[in-house]
Design a protein. Sequence first.
Length: 329
Amino acid sequence: MSERDPGPLVTTVDYHTGGEPFRIVTGGVPDIPGSTVLERRANAGRAADHVRRLLCHEPRGHADMYGCFLVPPDDPGAHLGVLFWHKDGYSTACGHGTIALGAYAVHEGLVKADPDGETDVVVDVPSGRVTARVRCREGRVAAVTFVSVPSYVIARGVPAGGVAVDVSYGGAIYASVPAAAFGLTVEPRHLTALIAHGRRIKADLAGHPAATHPDDDRLSGIYGVIFYDELPDVDGQAHQRNVTVFADGEVDRSPCGSGTAARMALLHDAGLRGPLIHDSIVGSTFRARVTGESGRGVVPEIEGMAYRTGRHTFELDQDDPLGTGFTLR
């Protein structure tokens, strides 16, 4: 298949979770081989990367676009399997995407939901099995809770980017650092500087032992850098604002679901036993708590909401000289 021939028309249903886009591909993707979702992630670059580029690159996407391919789950115990993608490749976990998938599965009737209660949508992702707990009220989705894989601290006080960062796992590996360490705050006016610091921190940690997953090297590597501000408690609940710079300088508009799981591992380790109100750089909010312990880590639950933004049919004109598109950064 050539660069200019992505095959059939590509259809998607688009959502946003806390302002972060999530493009669910519903048709036009070739078969991605593998017996598990994690194996399919390794093969996606060869089998379907032209579709990722078509949907993620300009002019159909943008440098911060995010989405997924739906694939079979690892076994009948899950409703969906999913491969998460962005402009630079494929991630191992995505909390905001899992929240969107929960809403999508109920909206499309893939999972029959209690119209006035909670329904679990079980999803196999590259880092394991997660749950989107969908709460409905009068037949409408009111909220979705992302139940993460076990999350844990990997290392504290690791030198990177001229500061000391804490490294933790929440389905992907994240470095966390207060924005104040650079004399900044988590605000849009400081975003360009935060992106630059995030890239430096990630580069400094490339190949570092703290960036190595202890059980499966396919999950290794610093996926994102979380910059956070401590905010005054709200009714006795911890309150932070964050922005996650992930992949190659991409920015999460939401409070970052798997990043929030990684933050909860650090906060629980530091003594937090209550919930966290977690704000994003655009003002959206997740509410997180630890509901138990598992193995070396804790099990975070992160509540948010996703909203459908459109249905699309994409195509590639065979005479288009830009092919599957481009990125400017």
